[in-house]
Write a protein that binds this ligand. Structure first.
Ligand SMILES: NC(=O)c1ccc[n+]([C@@H]2O[C@H](COP(=O)([O-])OP(=O)(O)OC[C@H]3O[C@@H](n4cnc5c(N)ncnc54)[C@H](O)[C@@H]3O)[C@@H](O)[C@H]2O)c1
Ligand SMILES: N[C@H](CO)Cc1c[nH]c[nH+]1
Ligand SMILES: [Zn+2]
Length: 809
C-alpha cells in the first residue's frame, strides 16, 4: 500500500512544506499543472527530490503542456502523470512513446497507478497540501493500518535510509501521531508501557524520513536517519538488532568518511586524499583494468578496485552515496535515452591503440569465449542467437541478382561472376568429359582419400535405399503401395568462397548417383587465380557422373540452375550448403512457381554445439569448437558444460587460444569466437534442454557414458558420440552426410540423405471386393462435400457389380 494521503501542491509549495515539514513523510507528492509552469515543477523536484521519491504531475486537461514539455518533465525526475482523459493517455503512450506505467489514468473515480506499487488513488485521497494537518495526516495512517494484537499496537519495522533493517518495534496510535509531529523515531515501549522516543536518554535519536504501510496494511515501516551520538539502534550497542553492518558500499563510504578525518599520516588512504592527481590516476587505471577484465572473478576484482577509488574521490569531494543514488534514480526515470556513443576521445584512443598494434600484438591477442551461467536466461538467449543478417536485408541484395539471371541468362551469370568472384569467363559451363587439364595437381594420396570417403558415403547411403515396394492391404481387395523414384535433374551447389569443399561435392554427388538421378549438375564459384574449379571437385564430379559444372557461385548460380540459361539446364531440385546469399536465393526460387524447383533445406553457416563434463579432455573439446569456428566469420560454436568448474573453463579457454593461434584461418576463428559462448549448466538434463532448443547442426557429446544420453536428443542435424568421434570424421569420411540443417532448422529438417534425391509415388489397386468394402464410405463422404461426380464414379461401378440396393439414389 502507498501512503493513504497524496498531498497536492500548488504555487506556494515552498512555504507550505516549511510550515508543515511532516508532509514529506508521505514520500509522495502531486503537483497541480494548472497553476505551475514546467520550470516551477522542475524547481519543486530540485528542492524536494532528495526527500520525496515519488513526485507526480496532475494534468487535468490535455492542453496544459505540449508533448515535448511532458517528456521534459518525465526526463527530469517526475515519476508519473495523473491524467483525466483516457484518449490523451493513449496519445502519450502510442504517439509520444511514454511507457504505460508512467501514466496514472482516471477511471471509475480513481487514478489507477502502476508505477512502483500498483494502487488506486481515490479522488478523496488527493488533498491540497495546505489543508492537511498533523491530525488528519496521523488519522489517515492510523485508519489505514490494522492490528490483530490484543494491546492494539502496530508492528513497526525500522530501517535506515539505505533500507537496511535496524529492528522491529511497536507503535500505538498516539505514538504515531507524536512521531509525525516531531519528525522523529517515536514508538511505544511494551516493557515500560508508554510512548518511547528513541534515543531521548541514550542520545541516539532518529530523524523520521518517511512512513510506509505494507501491502495489506498490517505493518508500518519507519525509514529513519540515525542522527544521535552514535548510529546504534540496539540496546546492545550495535547498529541494528541483528548485529553490525560490516560490508557493502554504504559501509565502505562510512569507513572512508572516517579515514578522511582520521587516517594516520603516511597511510595510503591519507596519501590518496591529499594527492588528487594520484587519486585521478588510480580511478583511470582501475577503469581501464575493468575494461580489460574477462573472467567473472577478474571482473569482480577490478570492479571492486574501481568502486573503492571512485568512492574515495566522492568522499574527498563531499559527495555521498545517497547523492549518487538519487542521480541514478533521476536517470532511471528518463523516458528518452542518450544515444550512448562514447566521447570521440575514447573511441579514438581505442582506434589509435588498434592502429599502433604490431601484427604480432594482433595475432597474439587472447581468443576468448564469452562465459555465462545457464541461470542467466536473458544472457543465454542472446548468446544462442545466431549471427545472421536480417532476411529482408539479404533478400534485398539477392532478389535483383536472381531476377537478372532469370531474364538475361548467361550474360548476367558471366557478369556476376566477374563482379563477385573476379573471374571473366567466356562460357559459364564446363561439360563432361572434363578436360585433362582440370585434373592437374591431383595427387594419388588425395585420390585414395577421396575414394575412401566416397565409398563410405556410398555404403551408408545405399543402405538407405528402399529396394522393395511398400505395400499394404488396408481392406480385403484394397492394395495401397508406395515406391521411390529419383528426382530427374538435380543441381548440386558446392561452396567455394572461403574454402574449396570437394567433401561437399561427394556428400551431394554420391547419394544423387546412388538414387539414380538422371542428370547431375555441379555449380561452384571459379578460382580467381585461373578461373577453374579445384581438381578435387572435378575429380568427384567425374566419379559421380556429373554432366556439367557451372562455373558460378552465390545467388547467380542458384538462379541459373533454377530457371535455366542458354547453357545451364533447368533442374528440378537444388541442393547444397552455402553462404547467406546462396541460402536466400534457394529460398527465393523455392517460392517462385515459375521456377518449379524445390530445395533440400536451409543449410547455412556451419555450427557446432559441444556438451562436455568435468572429465572431458579440454584439448579435444577445443579442437572440436575450432574445427567449425574456422568455417566462416558467421559460424557459431557453443560449449555447454555440465556443471564444470571455473578451472575447467579456464583450461578450455587456454586450449582454444593456443590451438587457434596455430591455425592458418585464425582471423576467421577470432571473429567467430566473438559471437560464440561457453554456458555452464546445472546438470545433463538442463544441457540437453538447451541443446534441443538451439537445435544445432552438429552436436558433440564429450561426456561420460555419452551413448546413454543420445536418447535425450530431440533436435540436431548429426550427433558425434564420445571423446574419439570428432566432427571432422563426419565432415569427410565416416559415411554420414555433412550437408545438414543450420540456423535451428534441425527442429524440422533432416540432413541430406537418400530420400533427398527421391520423391515417393503411391499407387493402389481396388478389386470388386475392395469396392464393396469401401464404396459406401466414399459415396457418403463425397455427398457431404457436395461432390456428386466423385460419388458417381463409385456408384456407377457398384451398380454394375450389383452391389447397390434396389432404388439406391
Ligand atoms: N550446413 C552445411 O551442411 C555446410 C556444409 C559446408 C559448408 N557450409 C557453409 O557454407 C558456407 C560457404 O560460404 P562461402 O562464402 O565460403 O562460399 P559460397 O560458395 O557459399 O559463397 C561464395 C559466393 O558468394 C557470393 N557473394 C560473395 N559476396 C557477395 C555479395 N556481397 N553479394 C552477393 N553475392 C556475394 C559470390 O558469388 C561467391 O561466389 C560457409 O558458411 C560454410 O560454413 C555449410
Ligand atoms: N562442417 C561442414 C558442414 O557444416 C562441412 C565441411 C566441409 N568441409 C569441412 N567441413
Ligand atoms: Zn566442417
Amino acid at each position: 500500500m502507498v501512503f493513504p494521503i497524496l498531498p497536492l501542491y500548488g504555487r506556494d509549495f515552498c512555504s507550505v512544506v516549511a510550515a508543515k515539514p511532516f508532509l514529506t513523510l508521505a514520500d509522495q507528492a502531486l503537483i497541480d499543472s494548472s497553476v505551475l509552469s514546467v520550470d516551477e515543477i522542475k524547481k519543486f523536484v530540485d528542492e524536494f527530490g532528495s526527500r520525496i521519491k515519488f513526485i507526480s504531475v496532475l494534468l487535468k486537461d490535455s492542453f496544459a503542456f505540449d508533448d515535448e514539455k511532458i517528456v521534459d518533465l518525465l526526463n527530469n525526475g517526475i515519476s508519473t502523470l495523473f491524467i483525466d482523459q483516457q484518449d490523451y493517455a493513449d496519445h502519450l503512450c502510442q504517439d509520444v512513446g511514454i511507457p504505460v506505467e508512467r501514466l496514472t489514468v482516471l477511471r471509475d473515480s480513481a487514478y489507477k497507478n502502476k508505477f512502483s506499487i500498483k494502487t488506486d488513488f481515490r479522488l478523496g485521497d488527493i488533498i491540497p497540501a495546505e489543508q492537511i494537518t498533523v491530525d488528519s495526516f496521523s488519522e489517515a495512517v492510523i485508519s489505514s493500518v490494522k492490528t490483530d494484537r490484543e494491546d492494539k499496537l502496530y508492528t513497526t519495522l525500522v530501517v535506515d535510509t539505505n533500507e537496511r533493517c535496524l529492528g522491529l518495534v511497536y507503535s500505538s496510535a498516539a505514538s504515531v501521531k507524536v512521531a509525525i509531529e516531531k519528525g522523529a523515531g517515536v514508538y511505544y515501549s511494551r516493557s515500560r508501557n508508554e510512548i518511547w522516543e528513541k534515543g531521548l536518554t541514550s542520545g541516539n535519536t532518529q530523524k523520521l524520513i518517511s512512513i510506509k504501510l505494507d501491502c495489506d496494511g498490517d505493518a508500518l515501516k519507519f525509514v529513519v536517519d540515525p542522527c544521535g551520538k552514535t548510529s546504534d539502534f540496539c540496546h546492545l550497542d550495535t547498529v541494528s538488532c541483528f548485529g553490525e553492518f560490516n560490508h557493502g558500499l554504504v559501509e565502505l563510504e562510512k569507513l572512508l568518511k572516517d579515514r578522511l578525518n582520521n587516517a594516520p599520516e603516511g597511510s595510503y588512504t591519507r596519501r590518496l586524499f591529499s594527492d588528487p592527481e594520484l587519486l585521478t590516476a588510480k580511478v583511470k587505471e582501475e577503469a581501464e583494468e575493468l575494461t580489460e577484465a574477462k573472467t567473472k572473478s577478474e571482473l569482480a576484482w577490478e570492479a571492486a578496485d574501481l568502486f573503492y577509488f571512485a568512492m574515495t574521490k566522492l568522499v574527498a569531494n563531499g559527495v555521498s552515496l545517497a547523492d549518487v543514488e538519487q542521480n541514478l534514480q533521476k536517470k532511471h526515470l528518463k523516458v528518452t535515452r542518450r544515444k550512448g556513443d562514447a566521447k570521440p576521445k575514447f573511441m579514438n584512443e581505442k582506434k589509435e591503440a588498434e592502429a599502433t598494434k604490431t601484427p604480432e600484438d594482433q595475432s597474439n591477442e587472447q581468443i576468448f569465449l564469452n562465459v555465462l551461467s545457464s541461470e542467466d536466461t536473458a544472457g543465454v538467449k542472446k548468446a544462442l542467437s545466431r549471427p545472421i543478417q536480417k532476411t529482408s536485408e539479404i533478400m534485398n541484395l539477392v532478389n535483383p541478382i536472381v531476377e537478372n539471371v532469370k531474364s538475361k541468362g548467361d550474360k548476367a551469370l558471366i557478369e556476376y561472376t566477374a563482379k563477385f568472384d573476379g573471374v571473366n569467363l567466356t562460357s559459364p559451363v564446363l561439360n563432361a568429359p572434363f578436360p585433362e587439364e582440370y585434373f592437374e595437381g591431383l595427387t594419388d594420396e588425395m585420390k585414395e582419400s577421396l575414394d575412401l570417403s566416397i565409398e563410405n558415403v556410398r555404403k551408408f547411403h545405399a543402405a538407405q535405399m528402399q529396394t522393395e515396394v511398400l505395400g499394404v492391404e488396408t481392406q480385403p481387395g484394397v492394395l495401397c503401395s508406395r515406391f521411390p523414384r529419383p528426382i530427374e535433374k538435380v543441381g548440386l551447389y558446392i561452396p567455394g568462397g572461403t574454402a574449396i569443399l570437394p567433401s561437399t561435392a561427394l556428400m551431394l554427388g554420391v547419394p544423387a548417383q546412388v538414387a539414380n538421378c538422371k542428370e547431375i549438375i555441379f555449380a561452384s564459384p571459379p578460382r580467381k587465380s585461373d578461373g577453374k574449379v579445384s581438381p578435387e571437385v572435378v575429380y568427384v564430379a567425374a566419379k559421380v557422373g556429373a554432366s556439367k559444372i557451372v562455373l558460378a557461385g552465390g545467388a547467380q548460380a542458384v538462379a541459373a540452375m533454377a530457371y535455366g540459361t542458354e547453357s545451364v539446364p533447368k533442374v528440378d531440385k537444388i541442393l547444397g550448403p552455402g553462404n547467406q546469399f546462396v541460402t536466400a536465393a534457394k529460398m527465393y526460387v523455392q517460392n517462385d512457381t515459375q521456377a518449379l524447383c524445390s530445395i533440400d533445406m536451409p543449410a547455412g553457416p556451419s555450427e557446432v554445439l559441444v556438451i562436455c563434463d568435468e572429465q572431458a579432455d579440454v584439448d579435444f573439446v577445443a579442437s572440436d569448437l575450432l574445427s567449425q569456428a574456422e568455417h566462416g566469420v558467421d559460424s557459431q560454436v557453443i560449449l555447454l558444460g555440465v556443471n564444470i568448474s571455473e578451472e575447467k573453463i579456464k583450461q578450455v579457454q587456454n586450449a582454444v587460444h593456443e590451438q587457434a593461434l596455430k591455425l592458418p584461418r585464425v582471423e576467421i576463428v577470432r571473429k567467430c569466437i566473438a559471437h560464440s559462448a561457453i554456458i555452464n549448466c546445472k546438470d545433463h538434463k538442463e544441457a540437453f534442454e538447451i541443446s534441443n532448443e538451439y537445435a544445432p547442426e552438429h552436436l558433440i557429446l564429450q561426456i561420460a557414458n555419452a551413448q546413454d544420453y543420445v536418447k535425450l536428443v530431440d533436435n540436431a542435424g548429426s550427433i558425434f558420440v564420445g571423446a574419439y568421434t570428432p566432427e571432422s570424421c563426419g565432415d569427410y569420411s565416416s559415411g554420414t552426410n555433412h550437408t545438414l540443417p543450420t540456423y535451428g532448422y534441425a527442429k524440422q529438417y533432416s540432413g541430406v540423405n537418400i530420400t533427398t534425391f527421391q520423391k515417393f509415388i503411391t499407387s493402389q489397386i481396388v478389386t470388386p471386393e475392395g469396392l464393396k468394402n469401401i464404396g459406401n464410405a466414399v459415396m457418403c463422404v463425397a455427398k457431404v462435400e457436395g461432390l456428386d461426380g466423385h460419388r458417381n464414379a463409385v456408384k456407377i461401378r457398384m451398380n454394375k457389380l450389383g452391389l447397390l440396393p434396389q432404388g439406391f439414389e
